[in-house]
Design a protein around this ligand. Structure first.
Ligand SMILES: [Zn+2]
Length: 137
């Protein structure tokens, strides 16, 4: 299970909307206990592809974020990216490029601009399974 605050989700939606027409991306960190992953930090990274159909995170930014996460004694929970005009589920490309079975892959769909959709997935051996996402106030 992954836990996000309502406010964090609002911020994510706003960030991904600002990034249109391109995909936006970033990382999440927080506290992991057993099967519960509580997000405490969201890191907004640059999509160096500047593309509406794919993304690459800026390597230098990633490096800085990972060292910040370590310094703050947090754990990397996963990453997010937006789908400007497709549903909130991993594309074939997303599945092909998912090499971390322990991470959550959050996908924000802006297909319906007024009603963004957020889902989290675990991707193992080429198969994506939806995580249980709990929203806290
Ligand atoms: Zn994608």
């Amino acid at each position: 299970m992954i836990i996000l605050k309502e406010e964090q989700i609002k911020d994510l939606f706003a960030y991904c909307s600002e990034g249109l027409p391109n995909e936006s991306c970033g990382l999440f960190a927080g506290i992991i206990t057993d099967d519960v992953k509580t997000v405490t930090q969201i890191y907004y990274l640059k999509n160096t592809d500047q593309s509406p159909e794919h993304f690459s995170m800026d390597v230098n930014e990633q490096f800085k974020v990972i060292s910040q996460i370590r310094k703050n004694n947090l754990q990397l929970i996963g990453n997010f990216h937006s789908h400007p005009s497709t549903p909130s589920r991993p594309s074939k490309e997303d599945i092909r490029l998912a090499f971390a079975p322990n991470l959550c892959y959050i996908i924000i769909s802006l297909q319906d601009r007024e009603h963004p959709v957020i889902n989290s997935f675990t991707i193992k051996g080429g198969i994506a399974a939806k995580d249980q996402l709990q929203v806290m106030e």
